[in-house]
Design a protein around this ligand. Structure first.
Ligand code: GLN
Length: 188
């Protein structure tokens, strides 16, 4: 199995480290030719959704990746990656891939004091560590979406078909549950 990690900006190295701990091959997507090779799943890391969205378009990566995602290609978005996948961003006039039936709120915990740590269940797993950095949350999820985690009544992890999103950064802790879940999702 080979995972492409979008590497335009943000926390992509940490995702690759996590994948290597799970004995999974990965590579960095920086330009259009990088996605010409066959691969099995895509990770959209955290960073700034506006910056990543702009670079995706400028580099000609936006359309081919959008087509893949809408066609059911497995994708995992963390934080800014969640915003890229959301159909609607309630406090941003822009949307990006708009593939997942969720409404997300950007910088939902405030801009400066918005970073915090929590522990909560993820799907069937009792508790996992969750690091939030200027994170969004999901303010609305359609029936097509399965909620996997909630913190203080807000949805922070969810799945729809082969799309997985988390508001938090599972790549910044040692716990491998979320990445393992994504790899299992690809194998299904
Ligand atoms: N606040 C960022 C955004 O709006 C997301 C933060 C993150 O990815 N850690 O894109």
């Amino acid at each position: 199995m080979k995972i492409g990690v979008l590497a335009l900006q943000g926390a992509f190295i940490e995702h690759r480290k996590m994948l290597s701990l799970l004995n999974t091959e990965s590579f960095e997507i920086r330009q259009k030719k990088d996605i010409e090779i066959p691969f099995d799943g895509l990770i959209l890391p955290g960073g700034e959704s506006t910056v990543i969205g702009k670079l995706l378009r400028e580099l000609g990566l936006f359309e081919p990746l959008r087509e893949k995602i809408l066609g059911g290609f497995p994708v995992f978005g963390t934080c800014a990656g969640l915003l890229l996948l959301a159909k609607t961003i309630e406090n941003d006039s822009r949307s990006h891939f708009a593939a997942m039936d969720i409404t997300a709120k950007r910088n939902a915990y405030g801009r400066q004091l918005g970073s915090f740590y929590a522990e909560a269940p993820f799907g069937e797993t009792k508790t996992i560590p969750m690091t939030f950095i200027r994170a969004p949350y999901i303010s609305k999820a359609e029936k097509t979406v399965t909620v996997l985690s909630e913190v203080e009544g807000k949805i922070v992890a969810a799945r729809q078909n082969r799309m997985l999103v988390t508001s938090f950064h599972p790549e910044l802790n040692e716990n491998q549950t979320v990445h393992q879940y994504f790899l299992n999702m690809i194998k299904q």
